[in-house]
Design a binder for this molecule. Structure first.
Ligand code: SF4
Length: 93
């Protein structure tokens, strides 16, 4: 997948949801790069910000987009900061 197709897929994913892509394009570009590198290495679009333990079970939890509404960064964000996924790819609208 090329970077622009991935960005579009993520934008589509945010439709009708209470989150959007981070408006910081450079930050999103950095995450796109990391996810696509992981796809090349591991054949899965794995989160670039979290550590694998090598098990398939854990890998499945790390496929982007993940179930990020369980992350502390979404449930209890630092005061003054937006609710977001762990990597800050998706942020609260
Ligand atoms: S934390 Fe964000 S970037 Fe990482 S997998 Fe989840 S949604 Fe994707």
């Amino acid at each position: 997948m090329n970077p622009e197709d991935l960005r579009k897929a993520w934008e589509d994913f945010t439709n009708n949801n209470d989150f959007k892509l981070n408006p910081d394009k450079d930050h999103v570009d950095m995450i796109i790069k990391g996810v696509l590198e992981n796809e090349k290495k591991h054949n899965l679009k794995l989160c670039p910000c979290r550590i694998r333990d090598g098990t398939r079970e854990k890998d499945l939890e790390l496929i982007c987009p993940c179930n990020f509404k369980i992350h502390k960064t979404w449930t209890t964000p630092i005061e003054g900061k937006a609710q977001m996924c762990w990597c800050g790819l998706f942020v609260k609208r």
